[in-house]
Ligand binder design. Sequence first.
Ligand SMILES: Cc1cc2nc3c(=O)[nH]c(=O)nc-3n(C[C@H](O)[C@H](O)[C@H](O)COP(=O)(O)O)c2cc1C
Length: 328
Amino acid sequence: MKIMMKKTVSCLMAIIIMAVCIGGTPALAEDAVSSATVKVDHFPVVEKHEDAKVLVAYFSVNDTTRAIALTLADALAADVFEIIPEVPYTEEDLNYNDSSTRATVEQRDTAARPAISALPESLEQYNTILLGYPFWWGKAPRIMETFLESIDVGGKTIIPFCTSASSPAGASADDLKKMTDDTTTWMDVKRFDNGSDAQAIREWAETLKLGEKMKLYINDTAVSVDWEDSESVAALRELVREEPLSVQMSMYGGFEQVGSLGSKLPRNDSQTTTEAGDIVLYSGNQIVIFYGSNSWSYTRLGRITDKSAVELADMLGNGDVVVTLSMD
Ligand SMILES: Cc1cc2nc3c(=O)[nH]c(=O)nc-3n(C[C@H](O)[C@H](O)[C@H](O)COP(=O)(O)O)c2cc1C
């Protein structure tokens, strides 16, 4: 393993970054000289967005993960939160050639929870968190576990990313996943290597399709949907992110079409009286679209907004249809 050790980030840098973090005041311009090993020649200025749904939260000692985090936040118009240790890591703390140094000892100790200097004020507005960390001895630094133990990410999607000198991301996010319950949706961890440049980082950001709405087609007709902001819809997006999902639907009861998604989604059923255009999850694994009304225990997924009840009855009430969900 070839590891490049870099100098510890200065206090000044930490203060500047704090200023662009959520809960912080106005963003400051910065053309910092970075000790990062990625090819990002300046840290983008990341403004706080009133309506951002995406947060990039990261820990970085030598700027590599920071450069990627800020580039991602810039590309995604996301907010940023830096996880800053209460006791900063010194160069000696990071000396992996000595098995008694702080970082190495912490990584061996599954119970180590290095303290964080401040936590986000609130995560309520975000539905997706990109979580960045440097790869330390096969794992995420223990401070990432402190972070997840201190916040509530129920119902959110977490997209982990890491940087390393040469190791693949492997199972480095596995201990982090164990910190959350099954209402949190985790995506596969993405590793950025030393050669990554701003263009490559932005291209990956685009593949996440975070700003894009999930599309729904009834046979070949696209319909507009107002999707719920919920863990069920987040999981559905994740299901169709890589490739579209076509569901063979069947008419039922003279008021709905129902079909199996082939997977279970998180559900939050409640007694619901539906109307034409409502889209719900039934029994955790079936999607139902109404052209009439029914009362049952469902999880709401969304509502078709551009078709009248008459148009919906015409589209859905004249034989079985195929419904396709897609991010493209
Ligand atoms: C304690 C420690 C352990 C590390 N272990 C590995 C490793 O196992 N494999 C690897 O490729 N890089 C390893 N690295 C290198 C870091 O993952 C890499 O330099 C990372 O990009 C640093 O991120 P940062 O600049 O955001 O702090 C290690 C670094 C430290 C300090």
